[in-house]
Design a protein around this ligand. Sequence first.
Ligand code: CO
Length: 135
Amino acid sequence: MLFGRIDHIGVAVEDLDGAVKLYGERFDMREQHRETVESQGVEAVLLEIGEGHVELLRPLSEDTPVGKFIAKRGAGLHHVAYQTDDIDRTLGAVREAGLELIDQEPRIGIRGSRVAFLHPRSTGGVLTELVEPVH
Ligand code: CO
């Protein structure tokens, strides 16, 4: 198995506080963590759900990947993130399998995790993130 489990589902939103309120009031999901992730051009909120999270993403500007996503497709499901305990090995394996990488090397994501994205062109249209959490 390449991946351990689903780490989170990323959701692009225009109104972060409105989305936090919606998930809190309607689904009883609590804000666990909030962080501006400059490397991804977003302000992100993690909501607790079982062992995983929903990651709400508000673009810092229109000229960011999430900003462009919303302009093109509107707010909604943005990516799925799988957890691995060795992102270098997993990245090597998916590269060897011929998948197209957005990130050739891991970069620092939310909560100091190491992350890398695979291009949706090679994953059936689903933007896919690999996450190695800080242990
Ligand atoms: Co993510």
